[in-house]
Design a protein around this ligand. Structure first.
Ligand code: PMP
Length: 460
């Protein structure tokens, strides 16, 4: 990248601190500037085309130029560009979206609370759970269970529920009482020869043990993604959810399904909760809720959660929590239109069939010297990269092989994400057969180019 003085690249380096970026390295290599989008493609400022294999940040379900969302935003902006939802105020779009979401819920849900990002929704879930424990006269019931490799956001509270080292190291996190479990990652965590079912049994026993150690009466909830996304697209082993839920039920611990990535079709059914038979008390929604055209998030709570909260707010006088943009009219109007598009165009069943095609095509690459495992469900998958298949190891430093393949992918017109040494695939729900094939073919080329760069005989 040649950053001439005053170029957009130079100004980005001069003025912009990027999230989830190596700030020092950014000064050397500068930004990739994306200029426009169309379907599953985005184009950079030089006109180069890329397949967006991660749908932005796992979120642009309807693709990058959906005119109906532009029209929904424009129409609502002209009528009522902003209003709030504090102190009993409401408006048409927020009521319509709340009703729509409760109607879509795969298990009985009672109320929707609106927020603006996944992290805010997770923070809200945590605060409402603590509020509920106090309402029930159980102030000691505050601890939260999460799994290693979880991603639940980055605010002080949500960031603590996240269990990825890069999101913790060097930040002074205020650590509430969090109990961390082994990630349900069969490839990395199962013992040699351990079946998925036996691994799931062992993880459920670990959960039971940790609850007993911490004191069952002190634990309020478990937060979990149906499929762990940013931690590596970790699809839980067979029978995992059934066994985990039996343990939670035994100790009366709430379950929060973080559907921020899985929600609205990603796993081949409307919610990850449906795909895995999960019965949560709270569902956290974002990303494909608005296809990220505007920042939107929400949580649905059931009556077990709502009723004590309503009593407590009555006792205190107000539920003292909410955001200026909670239930923003333009955001909720766009989200509602986005959900209509997902339903009208059968994008959930498209995700299921295109996902099957994508996973089958990726599995054909399992014979490639750099591929250790392909895993996925619906239209979300990961390819675990290794240099030594038996030892399951990458290059010298963790993440180096992922970065190498990712670099070649991007040069070859494919934007994905290396999560350590695994590459994620999570394209827009609108993807077609030909586009799936093209995406996997660009990835295969990137693998070959990466392999050609490694010293001969170093790959086993
Ligand atoms: N939960 C999950 C499962 C996520 O994947 C993310 C974001 N990738 C979040 C929460 C946080 O969302 P946000 O970045 O909007 O705060």
């Amino acid at each position: 990248m040649a950053a001439t003085p005053n170029s957009a690249e130079a100004r980005d380096i001069a003025y912009h601190l990027h999230p989830v970026t190596n700030a020092r390295r950014h000064q050397e290599i500068g930004p990739l500037i994306i200029d426009r989008g169309e379907g599953i493609y985005v184009y950079d400022s030089n006109g180069k085309q890329y397949i967006e294999a991660l749908a932005g940040l796992w979120s642009v379900g309807v693709g990058f130029n959906e005119k109906r969302l532009v029209e929904a935003a424009t129409k609502q902006m002209s009528k009522l560009p902003y209003y709030h939802t504090f102190t009993h105020k409401s408006h048409g779009p927020v009521i319509d979206l709340a009703e729509k979401l409760i109607g879509m819920a795969p298990v009985p849900m009672s109320k929707v609370f609106f927020t603006n990002s996944g992290s805010e929704a997770i923070d809200t879930a945590l605060k409402l759970i603590w509020y509920r424990s106090n309402a029930l006269g159980l102030p000691q019931k505050k601890k939260i269970i999460v799994r290693n490799r979880a991603y639940h956001g980055i605010t002080i509270a949500a960031g603590n529920l996240t269990s990825l080292p890069a999101n913790h190291t060097s930040f002074e996190m205020i650590v509430p009482d969090v109990i961390r479990l082994t990630a349900p990652h069969h490839y990395r965590e199962a013992k040699p020869g351990e079946s998925e079912e036996d691994f799931a049994t062992r993880l459920a026993e670990e959960l039971d043990q940790k609850i007993i150690e911490a004191g069952p009466d002190t634990i309020a909830a478990m937060f979990a993604e149906p499929v762990q996304g940013a931690g590596g697209v970790i699809v839980p082993p067979a029978t995992y959810w059934e066994k985990v839920q039996a343990v939670l039920a035994k100790y009366d611990i709430l379950l929060v399904a973080d559907e921020v990535i899985c929600g609205f079709g990603r796993t081949g059914t409307m919610f990850g909760t449906t795909t895995f038979g999960i019965k949560p008390d709270i569902m956290v929604l974002s990303k494909q809720l608005s296809s990220s055209y505007l920042p939107a998030s929400a949580l649905m709570i059931n009556d077990r959660v709502f009723e004590p909260i309503a009593d407590e707010s009555n006792r205190v006088g107000v539920l003292g929590h909410g955001y200026t943009a909670s239930g923003h009219p333009v955001v909720t109007a766009v989200a509602l239109e986005n959900l209509k598009i997902i339903e009208e165009r059968n994008l959930v069943s498209n995700a299921a069939s295109m996902g099957e095609r994508m996973r089958a095509a990726l599995r054909k690459l399992e014979s490639h010297p750099l591929v250790g495992e392909v895993r996925g469900v619906g239209l979300i998958a990961a390819v675990e990269l290794v240099k030594d298949k038996a030892a399951k190891t990458g290059l010298g430093k963790a993440g180096e092989l992922g970065a190498l393949v990712n670099k070649h992918a991007q040069e070859n017109g494919l934007i994905s994400r290396a999560m350590g040494d695994s590459m994620a695939f999570c394209p827009p729900l609108i993807i077609t057969e030909a586009e799936v094939d093209e995406m996997v073919s660009r990835f295969a080329t990137a693998l070959d180019l990466a392999l050609a760069e490694l010293p001969e005989g170093s790959v086993k």
